[in-house]
Write a protein that binds this ligand. Structure first.
Ligand code: SER
Length: 313
């Protein structure tokens, strides 16, 4: 197979920054074009500005750079999305539709679409949530991602587009900050523990959510995308799991390294969002189809997070 030419949307986002670097390690820097609506001081070339709602610009970039694969990460997350539902829907869904259409027309090799635990809702079984369950998401972010999953499935069935997708849990990494999600507390808590020795959590102490260390999220993404086509049986989002914990459990883990650390709780509107998601995920299909297995649990993640953040903060 010839060298892929990859375009990443949302390359300056929490996952985008780390995934772009990982893809460049695998395929070479020049083979991975980073795009985003803003440029950061840390942005590494090749980079092009892209507003995901600008279909013409997207088409030009795909044609000019002879793109063969797209990792479509640009999106507005669950909490931020609630401030402007219509804008969130447009960005999260119309961007995907433009990409799927281009992938069909240009006969691209592959497309990656990140889905999320936010597709689950109050009618979904909460513990060890199976792959195929009732989805009645409560946020516009969850609605856009669950509808996006259906479109991915449709483009695969109807046109044979090789689109692959994961339902990411909350992602925690030292390299970048999330922006406007409900699971953001689990990143902020490490920063605040090191900087101030205390953290005020916007979720209540016993809110259990599925989470994953960034290294595992990147491994899952690149493994899924490199797996042989025949082994991919799910074209909407694969359930994906690594660990589940509550704010009080992560605080206890941090205290093992920073004994003076303290946490207080002041739940806000994000509590209701978190309460509509599930606690733990059955990811046996990912394990069976492409040998998924996470490397990090709460204690190894905490050790690694604190080690890296101590050097960077
Ligand atoms: N981390 C995301 C959020 O909290 C879930 O996909 O919105």
């Amino acid at each position: 197979m010839s060298q892929p030419k990859i375009l990443v949307t949302g390359a300056n986002g929490q996952i985008g920054r780390v995934l772009t670097e990982a893809l460049r390690k695998i395929y070479g820097t020049e083979s991975v074009l980073a795009t985003d609506i803003t440029k950061l001081p840390v942005t590494v070339e090749p980079f092009e500005f892209l507003d995901i709602l600008n279909n013409q610009r997207l088409r030009e970039l795909v044609e000019d750079h002879k793109i063969t694969q797209i990792y479509h990460l640009a999106a507005i997350l669950s909490a931020n999305g609630e401030w402007n539902p219509i804008k969130t829907w447009n960005i999260n869904l119309n961007g995907l539709l433009a990409i799927l259409e281009l992938a069909r027309e240009k006969e691209m090799d592959k497309v990656f679409f990140p889905s999320t635990i936010a597709v689950f809702g109050n009618t979904t079984p909460r513990v060890n949530t199976p792959q195929d369950v009732p989805l009645l998401p409560t946020t516009v972010y969850g609605m856009s991602k669950s509808t996006g999953e259906l479109w991915c499935n449709y483009y695969h069935q109807r046109y044979g587009v090789d689109v692959r997708s994961l339902r990411y849990p909350g992602i925690i990494g030292w390299q970048s900050l999330p922006a406007g999600g409900t699971t953001d507390y689990a990143v902020e808590i490490y920063h605040e523990a090191l900087k101030n020795g205390q953290y005020e959590c916007f979720l209540s102490e016993n809110t259990r959510l599925p989470m994953m260390y960034m290294d595992d999220a990147i491994k899952a993404t690149t493994d899924l995308m490199q797996a042989p086509k025949e082994s991919i049986s799910i074209r909407y989002g694969y359930n994906l799991a690594a660990m589940s914990f509550t704010p009080s459990e992560i605080a206890e883990e941090i205290k093992k390294h920073i004994p003076e650390f303290s946490i207080t709780y002041k739940p806000d509107f994000r509590q209701q969002i978190a309460a509509s998601w599930t606690e733990s995920i059955d990811d046996s299909m990912a394990r069976k189809d492409w040998n998924w297995k996470p490397d990090f649990n709460l204690s190894s993640m905490t050790l690694d997070m604190l080690h890296h953040l101590k050097n960077t903060l």
